[in-house]
Design a binder for this molecule. Structure first.
Ligand code: CAA
Length: 258
């Protein structure tokens, strides 16, 4: 298995677990972290044995942002020519469902990475924020777009303009996270949730992810038509026949990803 400097990659059954592991920098997202996360997620995405991915950090921090020390002295032209942060687009191209399990700080790029996952399970210790304005910058890994879609304009504006962080309760109320879990149970619950997803038909789970993501990117009419067509295409899978027959025959389905 490939060794990574900034993450720990594990396969537990059909679930791939990526643990961000730069404790000395509260998992700040530097270039090495970007490369490791993208490489690991891409490898898991290509692995037919993997049906879901969990991304997590430490009890203290999911990730405290992009690495400020790595960026501090850069010029506009350097950032522009490098197209800084563009590499994260490859993380959002992953088709396997990805669950973020967030405890502690999820700030700046950390909040953005959590939002790039398909949904967020939050420990009761989680804190979310886009504090870039305090550093004289704005979010650069999609935070202004994804946060606004997740929590609406008023809360996103306040968070981006003041840098205020929100706790897990406020994040759940605002729709940023799907559920709050006691911190000690977070990883077990995230792995169990991911295992549930991995127990579904992988192509159909990918289709479900694709149609929900379309809600972000398309107008309603086009999105509804797209959903209907993808729904029709599930009837080309053996798993649709198996899933519906198993229900009728009152037995658990045995999906084969075909
Ligand atoms: N980049 C680089 N290093 C970071 C970091 C970051 N984003 N966040 C924390 N660290 C480092 C600290 O410098 C410190 O290192 P040293 O021990 O070498 O000094 C170490 O991690 C521990 O951090 P603290 O001592 O600050 O820990 P704390 O518990 O007192 O505070 C915190 C925790 C409130 C999260 C604080 O670290 C903090 O405010 N971090 C920065 C948060 C931030 O501004 N994030 C946005 C970054 S910009 C961005 O993300 C742009 C974008 O859109 C992608």
């Amino acid at each position: 298995m490939t060794e990574y400097d900034n993450i720990i990659l594990e396969r537990r059954g059909r679930v791939g677990l990526i643990t961000l592991n730069r404790p000395e920098a509260l998992n700040a997202l530097n270039l090495g972290m970007l490369q490791d996360v993208v490489a690991a997620a891409t490898a898991l995405d290509r692995d037919p044995e993997i049906g879901a991915i969990v991304v997590t950090g430490s009890a203290r921090a999911f990730a405290a942002g992009a690495d400020i020390k790595e960026m501090a002295t850069k010029s506009f032209v350097e950032m522009y020519l490098a197209d800084w942060f563009a590499g994260w687009d490859r993380f959002t191209a992953v088709r396997t469902p990805v669950v973020a399990a967030v405890a502690g700080h999820a700030l700046g790029g950390g909040c953005e990475l959590a939002m790039m996952c398909d949904f967020i399970l939050a420990a009761d210790t989680a804190k979310f924020g886009q504090p870039e304005i305090k550093l004289g910058v704005i979010p650069g890994i999609g935070g202004s777009q994804r946060l606004t879609r997740a929590v609406g304009k008023a809360k996103a504006m306040e968070m981006l303009l003041t840098g205020r962080t929100i706790d897990a309760v406020e994040a759940e109320r605002a729709g940023l996270v799907s559920r709050i879990i006691p911190a000690d149970d977070l990883l077990d619950e995230a792995m169990a949730t991911a295992a549930t997803i991995a127990g579904m038909s992988l192509p159909v789970a990918m289709m479900a992810k694709e149609v929900v993501n379309a809600a972000y990117e398309t107008l309603l009419e086009g999105g509804i038509r797209f959903e209907r067509r993808v729904f029709h295409s599930t009837f080309a899978t053996a798993d649709q026949k198996e899933g519906m027959n198993a229900f009728i025959e009152k037995r658990p389905p045995a999906f084969t990803n075909r």
